[in-house]
Design a protein around this ligand. Structure first.
Ligand SMILES: CC(C)(COP(=O)(O)OP(=O)(O)OC[C@H]1O[C@@H](n2cnc3c(N)ncnc32)[C@H](O)[C@@H]1OP(=O)(O)O)[C@@H](O)C(=O)NCCC(=O)NCCS
Length: 372
């Protein structure tokens, strides 16, 4: 069957990938002909190739990592990330790789799979890779049980510092990042956000600078919690508090596993509220938690039972409603997202049907759910 060119739908300025893994991002952009792509690092072309239909075959014409400080694995990862993120309707792509040892390495990592004698890359497995978004491959911290306030749970690893996650968001044409909150650098905006009436109504933590400095320092000192700041294009927009569920107040209310995680959120900047932004940070935050430890199989949440706005967001993001919990201070709804649901239903790609770009075209990166 004759091959057809494939409209790659990459943004004009390209997809900046692997920002952490390589220090500088790898830039994946469209080539001259439909379906062509090229990869640049520091302005130098390091790979080029083509995706053609109808079998969606991805061919690398050049792949010359030897000249620069970039591994060939990272280049293949960058191309798969760009193509699968901007074209989420693709169920899989078939790769042709001339280098057998590269193919074997990628197979052993699960970047690609063998189907018959074909090499296949598919979103369900590819988005479970860590390097493109975390910049490293985290090891599973040794499992040693300890007791905290009557809860037996695994001892928690030392906390990361600085940037922990970075991802290109096609429909916003910008990078989303999460970094560990810094007591000084993040204090001013955190203080402002916590005093925002919309945030204070839920968090009830409106106060002065000294209180908020102690708040962040306390979360950093507590092995159970990881306070994160989210950024769009480098601009801080919200606070995210991750916790290990087993030793949290939620732990006794269900059969918590040792690596279940949960989270709280406060979006402080009005400019970054609404569908296009929630559908970027929410699935990405879940992605980060599933990637940070492969043993995390469930993510829980406990919105106050009448918070219908957030409960709808959680529902759209794949969380199941489990039951109501009566805490001393609030009645909450226990919600839960399964690792399997998140990756198999490709929830990192949201359904943004109806959203259009500046030219009136459907936004890049949207996956209509009935096509998933
Ligand atoms: C609750 C909060 C996080 C919601 O964020 P927001 O930016 O205000 O977003 P909104 O809830 O107004 O809108 C989200 C939109 O994204 C959509 N959406 C959410 N997840 C989505 C997903 N995975 N895919 C596609 N669309 C999604 C929603 O359906 C909604 O679209 P709609 O307006 O067309 O119905 C934010 O308002 C906030 O921080 N509030 C204060 C603190 C708080 O309430 N925290 C939560 C405690 S549980």
């Amino acid at each position: 069957m004759a091959s057809q060119s494939f409209d790659l739908r990459l943004p004009a300025a390209g997809v900046a990938s692997h920002a952490l893994a390589c220090g500088q991002p790898l830039l994946v952009s469209s080539g001259l002909m439909s379906g062509d792509f090229r990869v640049e690092y520091h302005g130098m072309e390091v790979a080029s190739g083509n995706l053609s239909g109808p079998a969606d075959v991805l061919v690398f014409d050049t792949l010359s990592a030897a000249t620069v400080a970039v591994a060939a694995d990272d280049i293949v990862n960058a191309v798969l990330e760009a193509i699968l993120t901007c074209n989420p309707q693709l169920g899989c792509v078939e790769l042709t790789l001339a280098d057998d040892s590269l193919a074997r390495r990628l197979l052993s990592l699960g970047v690609i799979e063998l189907r018959g004698d074909r090499l296949i890359g598919r979103p369900e497995t590819f988005f479970q890779q860590t390097k493109p978004w975390l910049g490293s491959i985290p090891h599973a911290y040794p499992e040693v049980p300890i007791l905290t306030n009557g809860a037996l749970h695994p001892q928690r690893p030392p906390k990361p510092t600085g940037r922990v996650y970075k991802r290109f968001i096609p429909w916003l044409n910008t990078q989303l990042g999460f970094h560990v909150a810094d007591v000084e650098a993040d204090l001013e905006h955190f203080h402002r956000w916590m005093n925002d009436p919309r945030v204070a109504a839920i968090w009830e933590d409106g106060s002065d600078l000294a209180y908020h400095r102690d708040f962040i320092a306390g979360r950093l000192a507590d092995p159970r919690t990881l306070p994160l700041i989210g950024t769009f294009g480098g601009i801080p927009f919200g606070y995210f508090e991750l916790y290990w569920a087993k030793e949290d107040r939620i732990g006794p209310h269900y059969d918590a596993d040792g690596h279940d995680r949960g989270w709280h959120v406060a979006i402080g900047e009005d400019d970054f509220r609404g569908k296009a932004f929630v559908s970027a940070w929410l699935p990405s935050l879940m992605h980060y938690m599933f990637l940070a430890d492969p043993r995390t199989r469930r993510i829980v949440g406990e919105p106050i039972h009448h918070h219908s706005q957030q409960i709808r967001n959680l529902d759209r993001s794949g969380f199941a409603k489990i039951k109501h919990i009566q805490f001393p201070h609030k009645k909450a709804l226990l919600v839960m997202l399964l690792r399997e649901r998140f990756f198999m239903d490709r929830l990192l790609s949201p359904d943004l049907s109806g959203l259009t770009d500046g030219d009136g075209l459907p936004v890049l990166g949207s996956l209509a759910r009935d096509a998933a």
